[in-house]
Structure formats: C-alpha cells, structure tokens
Ligand binder design. Structure first.
Ligand SMILES: [Zn+2]
Length: 90
C-alpha cells in the first residue's frame, strides 16, 4: 500500500524509511520519482511498487507554510509573487 502524503510541507516524508514488500528499504531519495500534474509518485527502485504519493501543495498551503517560517514555502511564494508581478507589468 502506498502512503499518501497530503501535506507537502511536513518534512518527515522525505527522510522516513519505508520498507517495501520485496525487501528493499530506504527513504524517498533512493526511490524512483515520477511527476504528475497533481501528485508526485515515489516507487521502489527494486520492484517499481509505488510507496509514496505526495500531493502537490496548493497556494493556500504554500502561504500557510511560508507564514509558519518554512524556507521552501517562502521560496515558492517568492517565485509566484515575482511571476505575478511580471504578469501585471506586461
Ligand atoms: Zn520493492
């Protein structure tokens, strides 16, 4: 069963070790990542079983995490605001 991560800004999912049914064990950095429009899948590198499904954050989650001091969220928010500012000027 894949674990579904609904809050991208909960940093633990990146470093939690997960054991696959095939015997492989490791964290997300060792898994095969596949980007989709709404989620990113992480699969076992040995048997391609999906182990993690991470929902992409929406704007509200980014703003909330940034307000709570999350560095990655602040960066994302800055990029979005920059893009919006450029858009307004154009
Ligand atoms: Zn496996």
């Amino acid at each position: 069963m894949a674990e579904i991560i609904r809050n991208y800004f909960m940093p633990r999912w990146r470093t939690d070790r997960i054991s696959c049914a095939c015997g492989w064990e490791g964290d997300s950095s060792g898994m095969q990542m596949e980007l989709h429009e709404e989620v990113t899948d992480y699969a076992c590198p040995a048997c391609e079983n999906t182990l993690l499904i991470v929902s992409h954050p929406d704007m509200q989650q980014v703003q909330q995490a940034a307000a709570e001091g999350n560095a990655e969220a602040r960066q994302q928010l800055a990029l979005v605001e920059e893009a919006l500012a450029l858009h307004r000027k154009a």
